[in-house]
Write a protein that binds this ligand. Sequence first.
Ligand code: UD1
Length: 421
Amino acid sequence: MEEHLVINGGRRLEGTVTVKGAKNAALPVMAATLLAAGECTLRRVPDLQDVAVMTDVIRSLGIKVERSNSTLHVCPGAATSPEVPAVLMRQLRASNLVMGPLLGRYHYFRVPYPGGCAIGSRPMDLHLKGFRALGAEITESQGYIEARTTGLQGTSIYLDFPSVGATENLIMAAVMAEGVTILHNTAREPEIVDLQNFLNGMGARIEGAGQDTIRIEGVRELKGTDYEIIPDRIEAGTFLAAAAGTGGDVFVKDCRAEHILAVLAKLTEMGARVIIKRDGVRLQGPARLKAVDCKTLPYPGFPTDMQPQLMALMTVADGTSVLVESIFENRFKHAAELRRLGADIKIEGRVAVINGVPRLSGGPVEASDLRAGAALVIAGLMASGQTRVEGIAHLDRGYEQLEVRLSSLGADIRRLKAGER
Ligand code: UD1
């Protein structure tokens, strides 16, 4: 039954919350276990719907995966089926990350085309161009992508855009290729560094992740390993934004400040006090936020996955904010919902102009995607009166027990089933 969140806004958030493992690091690392000849143990794996779907994807390929608390064991053994069922692919776009490892180790895959999604068309051209350059023959027909090779050959590949997924897929394909592959204009996200560290722990020879050029020397075999996933920088940023918006005082434990410098800079510019500690980040929100301008960019720029949460803050900031979304072409769906709560937002293409109002007022809203959901929760925490957030299945894809953890910081937020009041 469809659930929703009910938030009575206006409470300051106070206390400590601990960040879980990064969803966007766990997903590629899980895909990379397909390359291992031995058992892999992954620690600090968040308990999320997206991770559950990726687990099913790996199982569908014939590999045994067991979970106990935040640890995943992926058992050794060859994949028995290099095909991902369409029903799983539709649920999780990131399941396309099995393409690289399947091609690299098994020289074949057949997966359904992931298609569009709520935030834009999200094509796969950069992934496929890279696979072709490595020597794969690719056919696209009847909604499926099929790739085969007699053996991948290291080469030099320039990415037209620093795509996160394409960078990860090409690293995973090249890691068992013959010779050296150099990837140029790669994405520099911390999750890519995490993937490199994991693969090197398995015996791969990769260097340069975190920079715009990555060098991969192919190896014949990769062994199993034991690895801890990095903390989730977007989850951390979401808690910090919620603290900033409620004039709160929150310590986000295990938040790695160096992974979210762009977010911390914006929150500081908006008037929050950010205190970086050895084991996390403390944020004290101001009585009223100040308007700022911001543009999303590939890392280390301001992350598109924090854009909706930032927009929520801008709705009540003093002055006019201009927010530009340069990564996805259709990622302002939350604006219409924020308007229902009294926000003054004008959208023109990829630009949003937000005139801050003194206060939002609670009402019914619906999340169209994961981070839009986070933005609406923050809006509800800041608003006067009651906000009801529908569509929270999106939130469960990327936040573990969000309402429980916000409650522990003093928020008045509950999860209810349809019909419950
Ligand atoms: C990853 C993140 C997602 C985040 C995004 C951008 C994961 C599991 N997901 O998604 O949360 O919002 O990075 O930071 O890590 N593009 C192409 N052709 C391609 C591939 C991408 O044109 O072949 C375009 C996309 O349409 C989009 C842009 O590149 O406009 C960024 O996409 P990309 O970096 O690939 O994002 P994902 O890896 O899908």
